[in-house]
Design a binder for this molecule. Structure first.
Ligand SMILES: [Zn+2]
Length: 163
C-alpha cells in the first residue's frame, strides 16, 4: 500500500492550520516567536513519510530506529540516528482519538449484537470488555506514533516568546 501523499498532506495541513490559529493573536500583538528547531540535521536524512513511520513505530527522522521502548513509552532517543525524542509530547491527543474511534466501534458492535441476537448480559461483558481493552491498547500505540512523527514533521512545539 502506498501511503505517500494520500492522507498525510491533509492531516499535516490540518495541524499546521491549528497551530497557526493558536499563535495568531500573539503575533498580531507584535510578539516575536522563536520556532523551536526539532528538525535539526534533518537535511542529512532522506524524507520519511510521517504516517507510515508513526504506524510502524519508527523514528520520524531516519525511519529505521525504534520510536518506543515499551508498549506506549517513547524511547529517550533513536537507536539508529540518535535523534533526541525529548521533543515528543503527544499529550492527551492519542487518548481522544482512541476514545472516539474505539468507542464508536465497540458501542456500535454491542448495539448491533443486542438488536440482532438479544444475547444475555454476561455475554456482552465477555465480548466487549476484552475487545475494548485490546483495541484501545493497539490503537493508542498507533495513534501516539503518528502524532509524534507528525509533530516532528511539522516542527510543532510549545510557542515561546523571544525577548
Ligand atoms: Zn532515527
Amino acid at each position: 500500500m502506498n501511503w505517500k501523499r494520500v492522507g498525510c498532506g491533509n492531516v499535516a495541513d490540518f495541524f499546521s492550520v491549528l497551530i497557526a490559529l493558536q499563535m495568531a493573536p500573539a503575533v498580531r500583538q507584535g510578539q516575536r516567536f522563536a520556532v523551536i528547531a526539532t528538525n535539526d540535521n534533518a537535511g542529512r536524512f532522506p524524507p520519511v513519510e510521517p504516517i507510515g513511520a508513526g504506524l510502524g513505530g519508527c523514528c520520524p527522522r531516519c525511519g529505521k530506529g525504534r520510536l518506543f521502548s515499551g508498549l506506549l513509552k517513547v524511547a529517550p532517543r533513536c537507536d539508529k540516528c540518535d535523534l533526541d525524542y525529548s521533543f515528543a509530547d503527544a499529550g492527551d491527543g492519542p487518548a481522544v482519538f482512541v476514545i472516539l474511534i474505539v468507542g464508536f466501534v465497540a458501542v456500535g458492535l454491542a448495539l448491533w449484537t443486542e438488536v440482532s441476537f438479544d444475547p444475555p448480559l454476561w455475554l456482552h461483558f465477555l465480548l466487549w470488555i476484552p475487545l475494548t481493552l485490546a483495541l484501545s491498547l493497539v490503537a493508542l500505540r498507533l495513534v501516539k506514533g503518528v502524532l509524534v512523527t507528525l509533530q516532528y514533521a511539522n516542527k510543532a512545539a510549545e510557542g515561546r516568546i523571544d525577548r
